[in-house]
Write a protein that binds this ligand. Sequence first.
Ligand code: SF4
Length: 366
Amino acid sequence: MLMRQSSKKEYARYLLDRLHQEIDRPITVMEVCGTHTVAIAKSGLRDLLPEKMHLLSGPGCPVCVTDDHDLDVVMALARQDGLILATFGDMMRVPGTESSLLQEKSRGADVRVVYSPSDALQLAKENSDKQVIFLGVGFETTTPVVAAALDQAVQMELENLSVFSLHKVVPPIMRVLLDDPEVKIDAFLNPGHVCTILGTEPFRFIAEEYGKPCVVTGFEAADILEALLLIVRQYRNESPAVDIQYKRAVRPEGNPVAVGFIEKYFTPIQARWRGIGEVPESGLELREEYVQYDARKRFPITVKPGKCRKGCACGEVLKGLKLPYECPLFGKVCTPVKPVGPCMVSTEGSCAAYYRYGRQKAGVRS
Ligand code: SF4
């Protein structure tokens, strides 16, 4: 084991050397995956990369990109009598404009933390006198699991389970970033988990229409360095493509069974992204034939748009326009213990990752 660790380190050092030798011009690379954001911060890679290479974190954390208005609707829903709201734990402390699910729970709302959509299914079976709503938050990696739970619910003819879908899809948001003149991106590290499901085809437009390199990568430091080296080579040779570094998990065709599950139950809709706004075809709602499982349709609720959180720069952080420590609240008013914005709440949020692993470089000390 010790041997393996040291050879991994040696390999990472070799890749770093190659990067320093081969990079010939400035390049800005964005990762669009919260797990990559954490892996990069934790490994300290930013401090070791060539000066010409600039890494940005994009909208890769599904909790962080969930818009305040959608969160406010969820809070209002949680306050309704006779229902149980089932959610993943990382949504509990995410602030809407006036409260969080944790606060709603402390005021009496029946909010339960679940570890998978199957737990919500079980809750529905055990509480036949109540409506159970599963809060669906996540990208293409999570959606097939939710679809599989729905599949079971349909087979069991379960009538008291529904899904409040805040699911998002990744390729359209990458196009939005590429079209935004304010956002300067030369290349993407493609999300490894999402690409295990989607494969590479939905990302080809990045290379073919925009001429930008992108590489699907894994989550170890050496994976990320290998991918950055592939990006530098694509960039230098002006041969943009969608390469796969993460070959042990990702196939070009993705996982057609999982995609089939998504397509069976969900259909694309326009969705709101924090800091970015409405993006066509970037969200998922239940198909018309499964409307009885659609919590938005079964429990329609409207809330007034709330006030923005003063000083929180999550929107700009998610677009890569600001680094977390460029937010005036970072590390002072806003910390993981007392988060102001969702990017500091979620373990995969950029602000939380920079706070945990990057404070020295940022010059911020607790
Ligand atoms: S540091 Fe806090 S307030 Fe600032 S952008 Fe991040 S989450 Fe929002």
